[in-house]
Design a protein around this ligand. Sequence first.
Ligand code: 3PG
Length: 381
Amino acid sequence: MVQGMLGIMIRRLSSTTLRKRRVLVRVDVNVPIAGSRVTGDFRIRAHLPTIRLLLKGGNTLVLLAHHSTDGQTLAPVARRLSRLIGEPVGFLKDPAHPGMLQHRVMLAENLRRWRGEEAAGRAFARMLARLGDAFVNDAFAVAHRHAASTAILPKLLPSYIGPLFAEEIAELDRILQRPKRPLVAVFGGAKLETKLKLLQRFDALADRVLVGGSIANALLIARGTAIADPRARKEVTAAVRALARSRRIVLPIDAAVATAPTDRRIAVRSIADIRRGEGMYDIGPETVRLFAKEIGGAKTIIWNGPLGMTEIAAFRAGTLAVAKAIARSRGRSTVGGGDTIAWLEAEGLAKKFNYVSTGGGAMLAYLAGEKLPALEALKRS
Ligand code: 3PG
C-alpha cells in the first residue's frame, strides 16, 4: 500500500500480488514516431520493470495506451517493445473485438482512436475491463487526464498502482516535502496562465525559481521591461505582478532575438536593448551563466520546460547549456517534460540526471498541487 495525497491507501503491486491472471496495464508510450519508426523509446523502457515483474508472476498482459497525435497507430511501439523484451508482442487493433489473445503481451491500438477514451465513457471502460481480471496503472505521465482508461477503469476491476507510477510520485513527494536545500527550480515553456499555480507554489517552497521560455515574458513586463509581446502583456495580472516582485524568481537578463522564429538573422541582446519587432526565442549566454551559478550551488534541482523555442535547432543553445549545468551539478537533479526528454536523449544527456520523469504535464500538475484524476481513481478503487 502507498499513502496517497489524501491519506487514503492505494493498493501497490509486488511480485506476489498478481499471479496467473489476465492483467490490463495502462502505460504511457506516447513517444515520438517518424513514419513507422519509434525515434525515442525512453517512455517505453521506463515500463519494462513493471512488464517483467508481471510476466514473472505468470500473468498475461494487455497494455493500454494513447498517442497525442490524432489517429497515430501504436503498431511501431509494439514492434519496439517486442525487441526490448525479447519476445513477440501482439497488436490488438480493436479492443472491442480481441479474438484470441495469442501472445503473453498484447498492446492495444491508440485508445484515443475511440471517442469513449477521452470522453471518459463508462461503456468504453466496461469494454476494456472485459479484457482483464485486474488493472494496473503504471502511466504516471497521463495521470492528469480524466479518461476512460485512467479514471473509470479502476472503478471496474481490482486495481493497483504500478511500480513506475508509485516511484514517480515518491520522487516528486521527496522534493515537495523534504528537499535538501538550496532547492532550485527551473521552469520554462509557454502559456503562463497554466503555470501560475506552479510558480506560486515554488516561490513559496524553493530557494530560487529560474524562469525561461515565453512564460518569462509577462514576468519581465511586470518588472518594468519594455517587451513588445502583446500576448504576454495581456498575461500581466495582479498575481503575475506579485510573483514578479519576489526575489526568489530569477528572470533572463539577455536573449537570442529575431524578428520571427524562422528568421536566420539572430542577435544576442540584453533584455533592456531588445528592439521593437524583435522576439525572444532563447535565453542568452549571460542568463545561462546566471542560471548555472544558481544551479551549481543547489543541493536539489527540479527542471521542467524548455528555456527557448527548442523545436528550432538555432534556439536550443540556452536550454542545452542549462541542461549541461544541471548534469554537472552535485545536487540531486530531477527533470521531466516529454519533448525535452526526447531530445536530451538524442543528445546523450538524459542519463546524466539523477531522475528523469516520464511526466510532462502530469509532473507539472502534481508539483502545482493539483489532483491527478488517475491517482484519485486508484484511491477510490
Ligand atoms: C504527455 O505526453 O504529457 C502525456 O502522454 C499526455 O499526453 P496528452 O498531453 O496528449 O494528453
